[in-house]
Ligand binder design. Structure first.
Ligand code: UDX
Length: 476
């Protein structure tokens, strides 16, 4: 379908429209995907985005069009800590207002006038309202999963998990292995019955399931060597539903894309931590970040602070606005005396250039909430992880790190509350594990090599998948 310089044979370029969910962990991979398709497939790009959490106009990539739509969230929902409520409210408002349909219709019209017909809408799986709007206009959709292939598969397994009695989870069964989805255990499953609003949680899972089933392609930010059995199973399962939806493993997107991290960052990155890392010994620093969405309770925040302080290990800690529950979007107050206690050994920033920090030679370990982007960024840099997942797909990622890939360990697994003494001890054991740590570091290094190999031009699995994805998009 494509000639040498990426133009369709009929002349005129093709355009794609992309619509991310407006959270950091979703915006970044979507913009990275846009950049990859723009450069590799010569596709023209329109990014549809909500007016709230819009990508910074000053840092937007050249040549992309940006079209805002209102998210329609009531103020109380926008201010809440619950991402599921936000997702449902956005979808409901978009359905009611028709704003996505109107925006798409106008993009389709001007694209036709400019002889850049739109191939498809590439959208976040959590936006069924966008898929409905596209379908009404006859526009095919491709979904981007910003989670792993294992989580993508898990989200399609809820009927089985209920049928087989894994869910609703019973307290005494939390350690039970889910033998259909190894290495997961019951405690790793997102359990809608434990969510304050069970119906909302089920609706999100259902929406996710439907957008994937109804799509013309599934893009996952992962790579073949990392999730070989999970990708094979997912392909078999999607094929067996009769939709034969193609699955493209095109990660790690952050490395494949040339887009500047600032272009997709919703917060200003504090580069001073990189010069601070320059002053630290190789492999000595624990980088700690608890993600961008879920807050921690105030008492846990204090335990984390004093755990870091008590460990004696040098650390770089991201304390973002809104990290502490109940504080809104304000900067959390560090506990009294904390800064004095860690002077010279600990650095706290509001937001770090994370990828640069993980790539820095001084960083020897990553205390992570096990968000998928963070996990993949750490895998790519070969940094072992100390995992303390908070929500959603994060326990799945942590389980894979601890048991399948063995490039990290879980922090205080099974214990509901963090405790400073145990944290300090766990950090010391993680950063200086003696011979026990050899396997973890070897595995981290092996995965780093595999991640680099999948990006090899020509032969790497990710590069091949990108070419296949471009062909697929042009065939729609
Ligand atoms: C959420 C879910 O938690 C995650 O599991 C899902 O896969 C995507 O949505 P989030 O909490 O934002 O993600 O975590 P993560 O997926 O790790 O994404 C965070 C992003 O913010 C990463 O790309 C990371 O590099 C970036 N970041 C984080 C910074 O650039 N600076 C920081 O200081 C902290």
């Amino acid at each position: 379908v494509v000639d040498d310089d990426g133009l369709t044979r009929g002349g005129g370029r093709r355009r794609i429209v992309l619509f991310p969910l407006p959270f950091q962990g979703h915006i970044s991979p979507m913009l990275q995907l846009a950049d990859v398709l723009h450069r590799r497939g010569h596709l023209a790009v329109t990014v549809l985005h909500t007016a709230r959490n819009a990508p910074d106009p000053a840092a937007r990539p050249d040549g992309f069009d940006f079209v805002p739509v209102p998210d329609g969230m009531p103020a109380a929902v926008a201010a809440s800590d619950d991402p599921l409520e936000k997702i449902l409210a956005m979808n409901a408002a978009m359905d009611t207002s028709g704003c996505v349909r109107d925006a798409l219709a106008s993009i389709l019209l001007s694209a036709t006038e400019e002889q850049q017909p739109v191939s498809c809408l590439i959208m976040d799986t959590a936006l069924p309202a966008a898929q409905k709007a596209a379908a009404a206009l006859g526009l095919p959709t491709v979904v981007l999963h910003t989670v792993s292939a294992a989580s993508t598969r898990l989200y399609r397994s809820y009927a089985m998990l209920h049928d087989k009695g894994y869910l609703p989870a019973q307290e005494q069964e939390l350690n039970r292995p889910v033998k259909e989805l190894p290495p997961l255990r019951v405690s790793d499953l997102f359990d809608p019955s434990k969510h304050p609003d069970q119906e909302s949680a089920n609706k999100i899972l259902d929406g996710n399931f439907r957008t994937t089933s109804n799509s013309a392609g599934v893009v996952i930010n992962t790579f073949e060597a990392l999730e070989t059995p999970e990708l094979a199973a997912l392909r078999a399962e999607l094929g067996s539903t009769g939709t034969s939806t193609k699955v493209f493993a095109i990660g790690p997107l952050h490395e494949l894309s040339a887009i500047d991290a600032a272009a997709s960052s919703l917060q200003e990155q504090d580069g001073s931590c990189i010069s601070w890392l320059d002053t630290q010994a190789p492999g000595s620093v624990l980088y700690a970040s608890l993600g961008s969405v879920i807050p921690v309770q105030k008492d846990e925040f204090a335990e984390v602070a004093w755990g870091l302080a008590g460990s004696g290990v040098p650390f770089l800690w991201v304390v973002r606005r809104g990290l502490v529950a109940g504080g809104g979007e304000s900067d959390p107050d560090l506990p009294d005396g904390f800064e004095r206690a860690v002077e010279g050994r600990g650095k706290v920033v509001r937001w770090a250039p994370q990828r640069e920090a993980l790539a820095h030679g001084a960083v020897g370990g990553f205390w992570t909430h096990s968000g998928w982007n963070s996990t993949l960024e750490s895998v790519h840099e070969g940094v072992p992880m100390l995992c303390r997942p908070l929500f959603g797909d994060q326990p799945v990622n942590a389980r894979y790190v601890g048991e399948a890939w063995k490039n990290g360990v879980l922090l205080m697994e099974g214990e509901k509350k963090l405790e400073r003494g145990k944290i300090a001890q766990a950090i010391r054991a993680f950063m200086d594990p003696g011979e026990k740590g050899d396997e973890m570091r070897e595995r981290a290094e092996e995965l780093r090599r595999q991640s680099a190999a999948c990006l090899e031009p020509g032969g790497g699995s990710t590069c091949r998948a990108v070419d296949e994805l471009v062909d697929h998009i042009l065939s729609l």
